[in-house]
Design a protein around this ligand. Structure first.
Ligand code: MSP
Length: 681
């Protein structure tokens, strides 16, 4: 049977499966989840696709370093992505892995189709140039050394025969597309960047690689594998059932394709706004643009950590799991959407996250809901009052003010102005708080009239909560569902139509549920410590799930001795002596040691390593008193990248054995005399 609802198809980029997700990668997925939930509440039938990008030299090398096969590496990591999406309450409907056979068939068929219907679009020639393996970007078409424009790392030399896509032939067609679909790239300033790039002239693009094995074989020429971006972009089709662009395509593909929005980070805009539409034009020259062209490429900014893009290879990442475990799923979702102005870069700070959590969620919405519901329980027998007289004009004014809000909030959601929508909703929370402070329904009534008036006040507060809860639902799904139930509403809040919300929708006579706090207040110091301890566990051991190191293996271990580390569940791969030689170990003598305010487990040490004195933060405060450490000989890793903790820089790592079930740190030392700075090998 045909679904009468309008369709909406939304995608995240598919994530490189070379390492585990961090808060930056979770950001794109959370944003899409908010849109998907919002659209469903507007009556759309939503397909929401995410997945993992599992091919390429990046993955091949990461696996090699771990001593496992690329297939094992991606199997392991894609599961970590899925687990995190579950933890974050991501309501995706489809998940695609580029190593799935259905995807390989789709990629091969798309190119076969292109060769058939646009015979000039693909040709073979020799390629010589520089390629970045981390971003899979052809950096320059000449052999001279060059750095990647995205990550800044030196690009590798490639010299081989490749299949090429004749991108140069699509310059005018692309410019026409941007004219015909003025919203094709959003925000507008990104469209301008894309247009300038295309206007400056397009070079043909290599879409196969010969020296790599870990990829999808080129049809009829299996010495070649597909360029990972041709492979990855096609996942937006294979993930919902594209097979050949003909009869074999699934009904789901026919219903949902093309995508309404491809959500992406700003650094991958060229692939989506230039290459992808050109690949599609070449594959479907016989079709109307509206039958195959995505509606919009929506670029968001980056989450920054101390002003730099959060990225595993830089070692400046925060992980989502510890935050969710400490404060709940809603806390992270709310913070990211409220704090980052969508489209721009935004800073990530755990400190600010906890502050927002306490101010807006615990003291704000959570406190309002539990106060109102408790008063209704205590004074109105837990029942929404039936008003038997027209409320006084002041109260009616309040209702009018509140009931206009959903329209304004929806307009902001539509524009993807999430921070704006949340700010409006929380202004409303503050408005209800003020209303209660003015009307004081907690004061015991002296007579029947005052009693009625209290009923009217609580009725108004309840109606306001009844509107606020669904409006906040796309962003904080867990707590709002609980408040909804406490308001005595049956069923899933997700099924409520956000575009049909009405003042007075909470029916008089409704019995409300038991009020229960949804956001317990968090002690900042203690919460930060819990989060950091869990983060360290992830960094030290890959957590309970083995995580792969980043492709370039920049040492990202925390520069503290292992605290509470659990045993790694896999035996580490054997390494060659040349790998061990990369680690510089030296003997050091502790010159001073002190506690760090607000961090129970950390000590700040100054360690003499011969030619200099290093500041090192070590997570050993529960095992060692600072005064016992002065004069101690220790072993220190001296060539780890510096790292900041609690605003202090740590510039080295002490070696310690991890003893017993709690992983108690026991410092490595020397039985004989050694000078500070002596090499340990
Ligand atoms: N595999 C490609 C995408 C192929 S889509 C056909 C890729 N993967 S990625 O894992 O590197 O990035 C996936 C998404 O995560 C991108 O949208 C990227 O912008 C986002 N983020 C990764 N780090 C981020 C931040 N620090 N901040 C915000 N988003 C970040 O590119």
């Amino acid at each position: 049977m045909n679904n009468p609802k309008p369709k909406y198809y939304l995608t995240t980029p598919i994530y490189y499966a070379n390492s585990r997700p961090h808060v930056g990668s979770a950001y794109t997925t959370i944003v899409c989840d908010v849109i998907a939930r919002y659209k469903r509440m507007c009556g759309f039938d939503v397909a929401y696709l995410t997945g993992t990008d599992e091919h390429g030299v990046n993955i091949e090398r990461a696996a090699e370093k771990l001593g496992i096969s690329p297939a094992d590496l991606v199997d392991r990591n894609q599961q970590i992505f899925r687990d995190l999406w579950k933890l974050l309450g991501i309501s995706y409907t489809d998940f695609v892995r580029t190593t799935e056979p259905r995807h390989a068939v789709a990629v091969q068929n798309l190119v076969r189709r292109t060769q058939r219907v646009s015979p000039d679009a693909i040709f073979k020639r020799k390629y010589e140039g520089r390629y970045c393996i981390y971003d899979n970007l052809y950096v320059s078409d000449t052999p001279e050394p060059a750095d990647c424009q995205i990550c800044g790392r030196p690009a590798e030399l490639i010299s081989e025969e490749n299949y090429f896509f004749r991108l140069s032939a699509y310059q005018e067609k692309l410019l026409q597309l941007y004219k015909d679909q003025p919203d094709f790239v959003q925000p507008d300033f990104r469209l301008n960047e894309v247009k300038s790039f295309v206007e400056s002239g397009l070079k043909d693009l290599s879409i196969s690689r010969k020296t790599i094995k870990w990829g999808i074989p080129w049809p009829g020429d299996p010495e070649h594998v597909f360029y990972v971006w041709y492979d990855a972009l096609t996942s937006y089709m294979s993930g919902i059932g594209f097979v050949d662009g003909e009869k074999k395509d699934s009904d789901r593909f026919k219903r949902f394709w093309p995508a309404d929005v491809h959500m992406i980070g700003k650094e991958i805009i060229r692939f989506h706004a230039v290459y992808w539409p050109a690949f599609l034009m070449a594959a479907f020259p016989d079709k109307k643009s509206s039958d195959y062209m995505p509606g919009r490429i929506q670029a968001h900014g980056w989450l920054l950590f101390e002003q730099e893009k959060m990225s595993k290879s830089k070692g400046n990442v925060a992980y989502a799991e510890p935050i969710v475990k400490a404060l709940g799923n809603d806390a992270l979702r709310y913070y990211l959407l409220r704090e980052v102005v969508f489209g721009q870069d935004g800073n990530f700070s755990k400190d600010a996250l906890i502050t927002r959590y306490n101010a807006d969620l615990a003291n704000g919405l959570g406190n309002l809901a539990s106060r109102v519901l408790a008063m209704v329980q205590q004074n109105l027998d837990g029942v929404v009052p039936v008003l038997d007289s027209v409320p006084d004009p002041g109260l009616m004014g309040f209702g009018d003010e509140v009931s206009t809000s959903p329209v304004l909030v929806r307009a902001k959601y539509e524009k993807f102005d999430f921070a704006g929508a949340l700010s409006d909703i929380w202004n409303l929370v503050a408005r209800v708080d003020l209303f209660l402070a003015e009307r004081r329904p907690w004061v015991q009534p002296n007579n029947e009239n005052e009693k009625k008036s209290r009923g009217v006040i609580l009725y108004n507060a309840l109606q306001a909560l009844y509107l606020i809860t669904p409006m906040a639902h796309p962003v904080i799904p867990d707590a709002t569902q609980k408040i909804w139930e406490q308001l005595g509403q049956p069923g899933k809040l997700a099924d409520v139509r956000i575009d049909q919300l009405q003042w007075g929708g909470l029916k008089p006579g409704t019995r409300i549920g038991k009020p229960e706090g949804v956001f317990p207040r968090a002690d900042k110091k203690e919460t930060l410590e819990r989060i950091e301890a869990m983060e360290n566990e992830i960094r030290n051991t890959g957590s309970t799930q083995p995580a792969a190191p980043s492709a370039d293996s920049a040492p990202t271990a925390p520069i503290i001795a292992a605290i509470g580390a659990v045993a790694a569940p896999v035996t580490p791969a054997k390494i060659g002596i040349e790998d061990f030689a990369k680690v510089e170990l030296r003997a050091g003598i502790v010159k001073s040691a002190e506690r760090i305010q607000g961090a129970d487990k950390l000590l700040k040490l100054l360690v003499d390593i011969g030619d200099e004195v290093r500041q090192v933060l070590a997570g050993i405060a529960l095992s060692y008193a600072p005064e016992d450490l002065v004069g101690r000989k220790v072993v220190i890793v001296t060539n780890l990248a510096p790292r900041k903790m609690r605003g202090l820089e740590s510039n080295g790592m002490l070696l310690a054995a991890s003893v017993g079930p709690d992983g108690k740190p026991v410092l490595c030392t020397f039985a004989e005399d050694v000078p500070a700075g002596a090499k340990v090998k």
